[in-house]
Design a protein around this ligand. Sequence first.
Ligand code: NIG
Ligand code: FE
Length: 411
Amino acid sequence: MSLLITNIKQLIQIRDSGIRKVSGKDMKILPIIENAFVLIENDTIIDFGEMKDTVGVIADQTIDASGRIVLPAWCDSHTHIVYAGNREQEFVDRINGLSYEEIAERGGGILNSAEKLQNTSEDELYNQSIERIKSVMKLGTGAIEIKSGYGLSLESELKMLRVIRRIKQNISIKVRATFLGAHAVPKEYESDRKRYIDLIVEKMLPAVANDKLADYIDVFCEKGYFSLADTERILSAGKQYNLIPKIHVNQFNSFGGIELGVKHNALSVDHLEELKLEDIDALKGSDTIPVALPSCSYFLSIPYTPARQLIDAGIPLALATDYNPGSTPSGNMNFVVSTACIKMRMTPEEAINAATLNGAYAMGIEDQYGSVTKGKKANLIITKKVDNYNYLPYAFGDNHIDKVIINGEVI
Ligand code: NIG
Ligand code: FE
């Protein structure tokens, strides 16, 4: 089955194979072709170029993209999209004056979601989660990372990870799974936190690895959650099962988590709303990519990750949603890209690079996703009629997407 997309006003993010991520000044460059075509065979991009070069090209199906932009589907490298119920009451509590941290101290927050998830059957959890997956696919997400971390017991962490596996089996977008047993310390372990970390290391990790339920390991390295020493212990244990770190750091406090992540060859360090110069230095020259989550900053009214400082220091940056019931009840990558431009002073080129190729790198899937490249998966967004890609982040809040193509098929 072949599909030819013709008369594309701007074909965005065309890359040769082998480019794994873009850093620093290179993030301002977004390669495009005007008046372009893309040829897809089954689930793969096999050719693209200028319209004048389509002479003689035939395909089973043609889509005329006159006046439209075509770009790679978004790569959302940080989500907690598998969860039960919601936390709209905490949203109202915050409006009425409580902080995110105060709500957590009262047993709300992550522990609230954990209780809900523990009391939800595996089928019901799957049903709630797959609906969210379908809706983010319509918003242009073509690859997604999903974390556990609302189970917080052996049984419920495994339940969450099995739901992620079931999503992977039933959905056409690429799914990567991350084990986040160290998301919060359950109440019953409050007086002996070490016992919970023992449980993670001695029981959860071997079970997760045995069933091959995760690609990555995550820790919420933050005051009141997991310390540097805790994080070090958990990441070292994960390494024995070949679980690569992707960690939550510097959301509220900067105290060395980034340096620790780099030391453990983390694929990504995520959040970074609070950043010191030594954090930036730790990232320089490493293979660890920082991931900014502007929808979380927006929703919690906390600082935005200082993207300019990172990019101007020559570092790469990825953008993701952080979709979760507490700090970011939204999986809309279009909003993320707009907000990055509006609030973090990223140029549209930088933001699109960060949400496509660099997002793919932050999930370790850049060889197959994140750019319009011959041989990569045909995961593409076709916009409504739009003259220039700058319009996409500029006209924020509107849905500019006409069609989403996943593995060569219009969904
Ligand atoms: O990335 N910060 C830690 N974890 C999530 C929020 C979890 C929650 O509030 O449920 C985050 O923001
Ligand atoms: Fe998160």
